[in-house]
Write a protein that binds this ligand. Sequence first.
Ligand code: GDP
Ligand code: MG
Length: 436
Amino acid sequence: MINTEDTIVACSSPPGSGAVSCIRVSGKGCSELFKNISGYEISHKEVALCEIPLKEGFKEKCVLTSFIAPNSYTGEDVIEISCHGNPLIVELIISKLNDLGCRNAEPGEFTMRSYLNEKISLVEAETIADLITAESFEKLKAISKSLSGDFEKELNEAVLKLKKIRTKIEGEIDFNDQDTEINISSTKTEINDFNIYFKDFIHKIEEAVFVNEGVKVVITGPENAGKSTLMNILAKDDVSIVSEIPGTTRDLLQKSVKIQGFIFDFIDTAGLSDNQEGTIEKIGIDLAKKALNQANIIIELVDPENMEYEMVYPEKSKVLKVINKLDLLKKVDKKHLCISAKYNKNLEELRNALIDLAFSSKNRALEGFSARTRHLKLINKCFVETTAAEKLCFNGSVELAAEHLRIASDFLGLIMNPYSSDDLLGEIFSSFCIGK
Ligand SMILES: Nc1nc2c(ncn2[C@@H]2O[C@H](COP(=O)(O)OP(=O)(O)O)[C@@H](O)[C@H]2O)c(=O)[nH]1
Ligand SMILES: [Mg+2]
C-alpha cells in the first residue's frame, strides 16, 4: 500500500563528496520540522540559515529552503536542506531527521507523490527520470520536447480520434431498432482511416523510443565474415576478439555508440550457422537468436566467400545486408553496401544507412520528442485491437468491433493513467534514483 501520509527524507544530490549536498524532505510534518530546526515559522520560499546540532556537540551550518503545499515539487510541504557535501554529514542530518519522525524515501518516491498529487502526469514523471539520465544533447532536446507536452499532445489526439469513432459506433448500436441493419459504411471508413493514421503514429513513437532508449543493432552473418572486426571499428574499441579461427565469438558482446548524436547499441553475435557443433557454440547461437528477436535493426554481414548466405529472421525485422572485405571483392555488388571493416572503407556509408533505417528525416532534424518502451507496447496493443475491429466491422460484426475499440481505448488510457495499482506504480517509480 502506497503511504503518502508520512514525511519522507532523502539526499537528492549525487552520493559522494562535493561542494554542497541537498537533502529533501516532503510531507505534512514539514512545518513543525522547519520550526524545530531553524526556529522560524515556515512560509513559502523562505530561506533560513541555521546551525543544526547533530551529535556530541557537532553542528552543521545549513541553508533551509521551504516550499508550502501545493506549490512544491511533490505538491506537499517541502524543505530542502543544503549542507556541506560530505556523505558523513548527510548521513548525520538524515539520521537526525529520522529521529524527528521522517522516514527514508524509496527511489522515485518524491516524484510518485508529485504524480499522486496531480502536480505532474505519469508521462511527465517518466520523462523527468529520462532527463536525469540523458547522455547526449540530442536526447536532452527530445526529452525537453516531451516535457513541454509534445508527446502528450500527440497521444491526446489519438485518444480523441478513437473516442470519436467509439461514440459513433456505440451510438449506432444503441439506436438500432431490431428491424433495420446498422449503416456502418462510414464507420468502416473511419476505422480504416484511423488505422492508417495510427500506423504513422506508431512509427513516430518507435523513433521517439529509439532517441530515448537507443537503437538495438544486432550484427549477424556467417563465421569469419568480419562481424567482430566491424563491432570493434564501430565501437572504436577492442570489444570483441577478432580471429581467423571460426567460432571465436560465443557470448553476446554489447557496446553503445553515438552516431550523429543518436545512441546505437551494437551487439556482436556468434552468427547462426548450423555447423557449429560444440555445446558452447550452440549456447552462443541460442543467445544470438534471442538477440535477433529483440533487435531493432539486423546487420547481416557476409564476405566474398559467403555471398549466398541466407537466413530467416523474425518477422518484421529491418535487415541491412552488408558485404564485408571489399578489398577481396572481385566485383562490387551494386545492390548492397560493400565495406571493409578491417581497412575502414565505407563505414560512414554504413553509419548513414543505419540512421536512415532508424529515423525519418523529421526526427533526424531533432524535431521529435522522446518516449519509452512502456508506451510503445501499449500503443502496439491498441493497434492489434483497432485492426481486429476493422476486420470485424467489414464482416458486419459491429458489436464485437465496438468491444475491440473499447479495449483499444483502455490500452491508450494506460499510458497516462495506469490502474493506480500500487505494484504498477512501484514498478515505474522504482527505476528512479533515490531522492528524486
Ligand atoms: N581482408 C579482409 N579481412 C577482414 C576484413 N574484416 C575482417 N577481416 C578478417 O576476417 C577474419 C575474421 O574476422 P572476425 O571479425 O573475427 O569475424 P567474425 O567471425 O565474423 O566475428 C579476421 O582474420 C579478420 O582480420 C576485411 O575488410 N578485409
Ligand atoms: Mg566474431
